[in-house]
Write a protein that binds this ligand. Structure first.
Ligand code: CUA
Length: 334
């Protein structure tokens, strides 16, 4: 009995968990996610109603007595009609409307957006997100990693690609999942209706650090968005402070420049995230660590201890003075 009660309580507990926490799929902040959530609630509501009706009928069947106290078997002719109606006709009608609703939501979510829509290219890597903002000609004009900023109230087209294996783009509060498939470009769109920061997560198992492939989406006012985009487009500022110049020398002399780009310097490798404006990001290592000086230091020295198997090696050669100069420099890249 206790087991049955637990079993019945499990869906309720699950629903309560799904309605709160960091990435609430049902606490929506944009039209795409809202449509999917509405469909979910309709289906869950109708499903629950049917469950209650079936259980009530079962209960009624169990306690019901034949008019003569059970001496004769009940006539089953009426039951056969009931079975045909509730077992065939009603489910077909309900499934028909569910299919219609599902197809209509899918059409809205997959609809092509008008020309001139702000477009972001998202490329999945093991285990981080390469993000490019495209201009009206479809040319990349700003590059970042693991974080995207969106203007509130404007639809944004996403071009989803993968550099290695299948990943899946999922910012639950903004939209459902869309896969990133090697050799293919999937198109999807999101829109945030209010300012806010929304955490996303790769939703397709893609290797050892799949769970540490997060991303942040921040919705800001259109003016703040334009200012942010202008800052991201610019190369790193020219340095005059000797301490920062020393930090840049460390970056260019150590193994950092083998994998990373800092636009405006001689570091142009594209194996890892573009670090031109890393100081302006909230998180590092694909939303694994907050972007603080301490976490950045830990990541530079011990990336393999934090995310084993990722492409960033541990660093055994940096001394304290060089590390501090490097941290000063990276944090200055706003
Ligand atoms: Cu990328 Cu899971």
């Amino acid at each position: 009995m206790r087991g049955t009660r637990l079993l019945l309580a499990a869906p309720l507990v699950w629903l309560m968990l799904a309605c709160s926490g960091n990435q609430h799929a049902l606490d929506t902040r944009g039209p795409v996610a809202a449509k999917v959530a509405t469909l979910f609630w309709v289906m869950a509501g109708v499903g629950s109603l049917i469950f209650v009706i079936v259980m009530a009928l079962l209960w009624w069947g169990l306690i019901r007595k034949a008019p003569d106290g059970g001496a004769r078997p009940l006539r089953y002719v009426h039951s056969r009609n009931l079975v045909l109606l509730s077992g065939v006709v009603i489910p077909l009608v309900i499934l028909f409307f569910f299919t219609l609703g599902s197809a209509s939501v899918e059409r809205d979510v997959g609809k092509p957006l008008p020309a001139g829509t702000l477009t972001i290219e998202v490329i999945g890597h093991q285990w981080w997100w390469e993000i490019h903002y495209l201009d009206w000609r479809g040319k990349r004009h700003a590059t970042t990693a693991n974080e995207m900023v969106l203007p509130v109230g404007r639809p944004v087209r996403l071009l989803l690609q993968s550099a290695d294996v299948i990943h899946s783009f999922w910012v639950p509060q903004l939209a459902g999942k869309t896969d990133l498939i090697p050799g293919k470009t999937n198109v999807s769109w999101v829109q945030a209706d209010k300012p806010g920061v929304f955490r996303g997560q790769c939703a397709e198992f893609c290797g050892l650090q799949h769970a540490h492939m997060g991303l942040m989406a921040e919705a800001v006012s259109p003016e703040m968005f334009e200012a942010w985009l202008a800052r991201q487009r610019a190369p790193a500022a020219l340095l005059t402070d000797p301490a920062l110049i020393r930090g840049q020398q460390v970056f260019l002399a150590a193994q950092c420049m083998m994998c990373h780009t800092i636009r405006g310097t001689s570091a142009v490798a594209q194996l890892g995230p573009d670090l031109t404006h890393i100081g302006s990001r909230r998180m590092i290592a694909a939303a694994t660590l907050p972007n603080t000086r301490g976490h950045l230091a830990a990541w530079i020295l011990k990336a393999q201890d934090i995310k084993p198997g990722n492409f960033m090696p541990n660093n055994h050669t940096l001394d304290g003075e060089s590390l501090n100069a490097l941290l000063d420099y990276l944090q200055s890249l706003q």
